[in-house]
Design a protein around this ligand. Structure first.
Ligand code: ZN
Ligand code: ZN
Ligand code: ZN
Length: 381
């Protein structure tokens, strides 16, 4: 496993956000638990009714307000351990917002930027507490910064992708026929963790007609010979997500391969996915990658069966900016990491999707996943 994010990176990120606050004309960033906090100081903590909040002023020192009982784990976060931020605690019987107000220092005016994921209960209390402040969305400043991955982040995404590749390949070469989707999903979770993920996060296993439902999870349905099987799986490794989809054909005893209609459908998905991957160049609008995939699917008459956007950004969150969707004219930049995952879904019959994680390079796209994309026909016995 790679070393991950160097500790001094957090101080650089805090400085970049300060600069961003200045450009945005905002005074302070207030950041609760979630991917923003993890990106800023390396602190991964679930949001609960006990408030944790980073107070990051444009000028002045950043302070992390934490419940007293979580001080010890907060101090292990690299941004805290390296003294890029200091801490302030609140006791169970205190109001956490007193500490936030102290950290903000007296009069609070101008614009306070709050995280997209901050619970409404805290947002309402902030509004009541600071009536002279305007509240805005911190994504205005954080979104472009977080979307561009540095070399270490790409390294973690690559490791996560390769681990997920190995899981898909192991599953495809194992016993499938006669097993339930749920049983296979359990194997997915075990293997994702076995290959180095901290946690498995999603495990779509969709046999036969279930492969036509893009967000099917799993069920008691048993895998039968002579049908497609779709895996869409991922988890977190070093904090960063894997997310891979492969659709295979399970032939069973007689070795009955895919019918002609499925082979044709799969071929269209394969060509669409390859075209979209190759379209990922710096400066092109995000929507043009969606267009590259969709125009191929449309030309083959499946346009209305491609039910979703072509891809989503990926990093500390499995779905984040930039989104590869019609209407998003944001230009692709080197360091943007995203999925490319066109699919075709024939309701009641079957579907197919191929998904890889791609990083926009200075000239060419880097495809992080290496698992084969040709239609794999396995006996599943
Ligand atoms: Zn999805
Ligand atoms: Zn996926
Ligand atoms: Zn995805």
């Amino acid at each position: 496993v790679s070393a991950g994010i160097p500790a001094d990176r957090y101080g650089e990120r805090l400085d970049a956000v300060r600069t961003g606050l200045g450009e945005a004309g905002a005074e302070t960033l207030l950041c609760g638990p979630g991917a923003d906090l993890e990106w800023l100081i390396g602190y991964d903590i679930a949001a609960t009714e006990r408030l944790t909040m980073l107070v990051l002023p444009r000028q002045g020192d950043p302070i992390l307000v934490v419940p007293r009982l979580e001080l010890e784990i907060a101090c292990r976060a690299p941004g805290v351990a390296s003294s890029a931020v200091t801490t302030r605690t609140w006791e169970e019987t205190e109001d956490a917002l007193d500490q936030v107000a102290d950290a903000l220092g007296g009069q609070v005016r101008g614009e306070l930027l709050v995280g997209d994921a901050l619970w409404a209960t805290f947002l309402l209390r902030l509004e009541a507490r600071f009536p002279d402040a305007r509240l805005g969305a911190s994504s205005r400043v954080l979104r472009p910064l977080r979307a561009v991955k540095d070399a270490e982040e790409v390294g973690l995404l690559r490791e996560a992708a390769h681990a997920a590749d190995r899981v898909v390949e192991a599953l495809a070469s194992g016993r499938l026929v006669g097993r339930s989707e749920r049983d296979l999903a359990r194997e997915v979770r075990e293997r994702l963790v076995g290959e180095g993920h901290e946690v498995a996060s999603f495990w779509t296993v969709a046999g036969g007609e279930n492969s036509a439902a893009p967000h099917h999870l799993d069920s008691d349905r048993v895998i039968r010979p002579g049908e497609p099987l779709l895996f869409d799986i991922g988890g977190r490794l070093g904090g960063y997500f894997s997310d891979i989809t492969r659709t295979i054909w399970v032939s069973g005893e007689g070795g009955s391969g895919p019918d002609e209609a499925f082979s044709r459908l799969y071929g269209v998905v394969e060509r669409a996915q390859a075209a979209a991957r190759e379209a990922a160049r710096p400066g092109v609008p995000c929507e043009s990658i969606d267009r590259a995939a969709r125009s191929i699917v449309e030309a083959d008459g499946f346009g209305d069966r491609f039910l979703h956007r072509t891809g989503h950004g990926i990093g500390l969150e499995v779905h984040e900016h930039p989104y590869l969707v019609a209407g998003n004219d944001e230009p692709l930049r080197p360091g943007h990491a995203f999925s490319v995952e066109p699919g075709i879904y024939l309701e009641g019959r079957y579907g197919a999707r191929i998904e890889d994680i791609v990083v926009c390079g200075p000239e060419r796209p880097e495809i992080l996943n290496e698992a084969p994309r040709d239609l794999l026909v396995v006996s599943g016995l």
